[in-house]
Design a protein around this ligand. Structure first.
Ligand SMILES: Cc1cc2nc3c(=O)[nH]c(=O)nc-3n(C[C@H](O)[C@H](O)[C@H](O)COP(=O)(O)OP(=O)(O)OC[C@H]3O[C@@H](n4cnc5c(N)ncnc54)[C@H](O)[C@@H]3O)c2cc1C
Length: 427
């Protein structure tokens, strides 16, 4: 849509229920609440408009209820989108140090774990939400819940935020912090993208990220619930797209676990394109293939009369043994393990080091933790978060085409972009 073709409206004098505000923040998530606090601290008259019955519902679910609020291992490589460098504009003003000070002043004591992940000392995501809500209340920020905004109309002076029930909330400036499409049960249902498009913005096609991967394999039901430690490598058309190590969890649909969430982005982006998508599991990442073969040969030498499947107990998860043997072409599990040929041992060891699994896609939006794609950052000023297309409109958080890795990086983006949008809108 050509933004210059937008009609200019004289908004009617507000009806009684319509609040007259300086800044309206659309969305009471992590980015919206930070934006509201930053703007209100600079004297702005702020109203947060939230479509759910309560603000901050997603925040309560973060970090398995503990809220991994940031990560001390910073790096641009943790962020993705058409132009990840966009984050630097906000991070230059409000990054990890400022975030930690911000929360410490609000009362949240941060605890940094060995992987750099930061959690509140209380171990409760609710404490992060509580201090944000208290600060908003203290600053006089108005909160309107159960009020989904459908679109934003530009007037001769300011904006009208049109709610689904036909109401209008006037604003001098609007911060769109409506999130992406992930976990719609927690609030963000993609309506922020529609609002942005109607204002003339381009939205890069959203797709789910940090999500479980679907596999095409006949043995998934047998493995459902099996947890193993290992390394997973994701390949697109046989080209390595990422590699992660940690706990891998099999499920009847495919595979999950933090390393898998971290590898899901290229699978999700390329699903349905005809490209070959595969995961390659290494169940012994600290050993070379020859060392794994030696370990198997040694076990067999100790007890050559043991049936094949029994002989792997203690080395592999019990439910994995039969599957691995079958995949390696050793179908007669009752055979004495001593009858395995060196070629059989080599094949089993090779499979344990590089077990290829075909991916068919990822689980749905309902299961994804973050949305890749979103409002084109080329149309937004990185130092203010203001729209280059409609001055007076600002964006913050996941609604933008920025997504981060697992480990606190997405909330960091929400705090940073929210804070910068808030101070800029209040200027
Ligand atoms: C289960 C889960 C666990 C996670 N754990 C972590 C973690 O530990 N660490 C981390 O860094 N990240 C985590 N994330 C990701 C992180 O929560 C998000 O990236 C972050 O919350 C995005 O903040 P946001 O404010 O941009 O969007 P959201 O938090 O999605 O907030 C957007 C808000 O806008 C409201 N809204 C939407 N449309 C409208 C509308 N039209 N009108 C009015 N209101 C509207 C929504 O209801 C919502 O409250 C997790 C995500 C999930 C789902």
């Amino acid at each position: 849509m050509d933004p210059t073709s937008q009609k200019t409206i004289d908004f009617p004098v507000p009806k009684e229920k319509e609040a007259k505000t300086g800044i309206v923040v659309v969305g009471g998530g992590a980015a919206g609440m930070t934006a509201a606090i930053a703007a209100a601290r600079r004297g702005a008259d702020v109203t947060v408009v939230e479509r759910m019955a309560r603000i901050g519902k997603k925040l309560l679910a973060t970090g398995n209820g503990r809220c991994n609020l940031t990560n001390t291992n910073r790096g641009i490589e943790k962020y993705h989108g058409a132009n990840p460098e966009f984050v630097l504009g906000a991070f230059g003003q409000f990054h990890v140090g400022e975030t930690l000070s911000f929360f410490e002043e609000l009362g949240v004591e941060p605890v940094v774990e060995s992987d750099g992940c930061v959690y509140p000392a209380s171990g409760q995501a609710s404490s992060v939400l509580d201090v944000l809500r208290y600060e908003m209340e203290h600053l006089g920020v108005a909160v309107l819940c159960d009020t989904p905004i459908r679109r934003i109309e530009k007037g001769r002076k300011g904006f009208g935020c049109m709610s689904a029930d036909g109401g209008m909330i006037r604003a001098d400036r609007v911060i769109v912090a409506a999130g992406g499409k992930s976990s719609p049960n927690l609030g963000s249902n993609g309506s922020g993208f529609k609002i942005a498009e109607a204002l003339g913005h381009t939205v890069k096609t959203p797709f789910p990220a940090l999500v479980q991967i679907l596999l095409d394999a006949p043995f998934l039901k047998r493995l459902a619930g099996v947890r193993i430690q290992g390394r997973a490598e994701c390949r697109v058309d046989n080209i390595v797209a990422g590699s992660e190590r940690g706990e891998l969890l099999f499920a009847d649909y495919g595979i999950s676990g933090i390393p898998i969430l971290g590898l899901s982005r290229p699978v999700s982006e390329n699903a349905g394109t005809g490209r070959k998508l595969s995961l390659h599991l290494d169940l012994f990442p600290d050993a070379a293939p020859a060392q794994v073969a030696e370990r198997i040969a040694r076990r067999i030498a100790f007890n050559p009369g043991k049936p094949l499947d029994i002989s792997f107990i203690g080395m592999l998860h019990k439910r994995l043994i039969g599957v691995i043997l079958e995949e390696a072409g050793c179908r007669n599990r009752e055979l004495a393990c001593g009858s395995l040929s060196p070629g059989d041992i080599h094949r089993i060891a090779a499979l344990l080091k590089d077990w290829p699994l075909q991916c068919t896609g990822v689980k749905s939006w309902m299961f994804s933790q973050v949305t890749a794609g979103g409002v084109d950052v080329g149309e937004v000023n990185p130092r203010t978060m203001e729209s280059k297309i409609v001055p007076g409109i600002f964006f913050a958080g996941e609604v933008l085409d920025i997504d981060g890795d697992c480990g606190g990086y997405n909330l960091q983006w929400a705090w940073s972009s929210g804070y910068v949008a808030g101070i800029s809108a209040a200027k």
